[in-house]
Design a protein around this ligand. Structure first.
Ligand code: ZN
Length: 200
């Protein structure tokens, strides 16, 4: 067995603000489901990629209606917010054969398989409320770029106080605090509902 550790891929390992743009970056969206094959699409704006993903999954909403991912029942109709819709949809079916990746790539380091794809230059002018991105590999990515492999998240109360993670303890199973910027997130939509003043 080898004990060597592969060098981190700078295209995906470097901390990067999830909602920022840079001209040398694109976001690869790959979505798949059991009924059809879907390839990768490259986007300049991650919110444009998520808008596309929300349009793909809203017609499939009946597959998750009434499920209870966190003691919270998925509503009968999808949220109008793209991030709330995509987060809720995929969090509600974590073991499904349906899923997606949204991965930051550097243009000059694109894999050969992506070299010839056009880049969608659509920009989302008004991103609206803030949402963390949920369930990419089962992890949250905060608006600030933090994820569980870097600074991570703490279980917290709705006001951001850190609380015990145990199900029978004071934690409600819904709220997380970003350990980097202090944003308070609520599952399953990933919506940012506040920010503590002691961080960030
Ligand atoms: Zn954060």
């Amino acid at each position: 067995m080898s004990h060597t550790t592969p060098a981190p891929d700078p295209a995906t390992a470097a901390p990067s603000p999830y909602l920022s743009h840079a001209d040398d970056r694109v976001w690869e969206l790959r979505y798949w489901n059991p009924d059809e094959t879907t390839g990768s699409v490259l986007y300049r704006d991650p919110l444009a990629a998520l808008h596309r993903l929300a349009c793909l999954i809203r017609p499939r909403w009946d597959r998750i209606v009434g499920t209870r991912p966190f003691g919270d029942v998925i509503p009968a109709t999808p949220p109008t917010e793209d991030l709330a819709a995509t987060n809720s949809y995929f969090v509600a079916q974590p073991n499904s054969r349906e899923g997606y990746w949204l991965v930051l790539r550097l243009l000059d380091r694109l894999p050969q398989s992506l070299r010839d794809l056009p880049v969608d230059e659509t920009r989302v002018p008004d991103p609206g409320p803030e949402f963390a991105l949920g369930n990419v590999g089962g992890d949250w990515i905060c608006v600030c770029g933090n994820d569980p492999s870097t600074d991570g998240f703490e279980t917290c109360a709705p006001d951001g106080r850190e609380v015990s993670p145990y199900a029978d303890g004071p934690w409600d199973g819904l709220h997380y605090l970003c350990a980097r910027c202090g944003r308070i997130l609520i599952q399953p939509s990933g919506r940012v509902i506040g920010r503590t003043e002691t961080r960030g």
